[in-house]
Design a binder for this molecule. Structure first.
Ligand SMILES: [Zn+2]
Length: 264
């Protein structure tokens, strides 16, 4: 019993370190597009590594670290502990932890900046191919496993590409309508271009045919939440025809769908 309690320190410690990395990537990548020296999000004064990694208050402006920083630390540590005790059958512990870190970085950056960065998509494609091949090669052998992973990636990307083209078409019609009404068109997109790369990465991870389930799940979830959002607007009588076109950040929903399939 005592032995078990001691070994639980391993996932807690790993989870805390992973949380620090997720926070670091989410802080610097959207700003500098590389792993640069971390800086205060409020006053941009660079942090010393010691202050940054011990989550200290900014020495220059005195503002405490963001709520997100703490949320990420707590959620990542809890997730690592949970999936250490109840590992994903598809992924096992080490790959599962890598996927959690990847999903968390994409989700935080997408929620805060509505952005899916190209370099994170490239890194994700590599991770996706490894994960997808390892999942599928168990039953199908290495070559066919890799093939299923690639097919899933192609399908995910292609499916979102078609949706994206449709979204661009809708946006163009809408811009024309707004011009006709004498309004200046804005640059709302129903589906961000980054979602195509994300769907490709998730497709590589899940492989064919599971990517199909993840996409359906993600799009349904995203649609349901936007429907509830619209219904709330209607109830409060703040509905306008523009609300229908409001940007839906599908990224987090796609990730939620994939997370459900991979871990639960
Ligand atoms: Zn500061």
């Amino acid at each position: 019993m005592e032995m078990m309690n001691v070994t639980l320190l391993v996932p807690v410690l790993l989870g805390w370190i992973a949380g620090l990395f997720i926070n670091y990537a989410s802080d610097v990548l959207p700003r500098t597009r590389r792993f640069s020296q971390p800086a205060c999000v409020y006053c941009e004064t660079p942090f010393s590594w010691k202050d940054y990694l011990t989550l200290r208050t900014c020495q220059n402006c005195g503002k405490a670290r963001s709520l997100r920083t703490w949320l990420v630390q707590i959620l990542t540590t809890s997730a690592f502990l949970y999936f250490w005790l109840f590992p994903s059958k598809a992924l096992g512990i080490p790959l599962g932890m890598l996927v959690i870190v990847y999903f968390a970085i994409i989700t935080v950056i997408d929620l805060e900046h509505r952005l899916i960065l190209f370099p994170t998509s490239v890194a994700g494609a590599l991770l996706g191919l490894i994960v997808g091949t390892s999942i599928h090669s168990r039953a199908d052998g290495l070559l066919l496993g890799a093939g299923k992973s690639l097919l899933g990636g192609l399908f995910g990307f292609g499916m979102m590409f078609v949706l994206y083209q449709f979204g661009t078409l809708v946006a163009r019609v809408r811009a024309r309508k707004m011009l006709a009404q004498g309004k200046t068109p804005d640059d709302e997109e129903a589906l961000g271009g980054g979602d195509m790369y994300l769907a490709g990465v998730l497709g590589l991870m899940l492989g064919w045919p599971f990517i199909w389930d993840a996409l359906v799940l993600g799009v349904l979830l995203g649609g349901l939440v936007s429907f509830l959002f619209l219904a709330a607007l209607l109830l409060r009588r703040r509905y306008s025809s523009d609300a229908l076109m409001t940007f839906i950040p599908y990224g987090p929903y796609l990730i939620l769908g994939a997370f459900y399939l991979l871990f639960l």
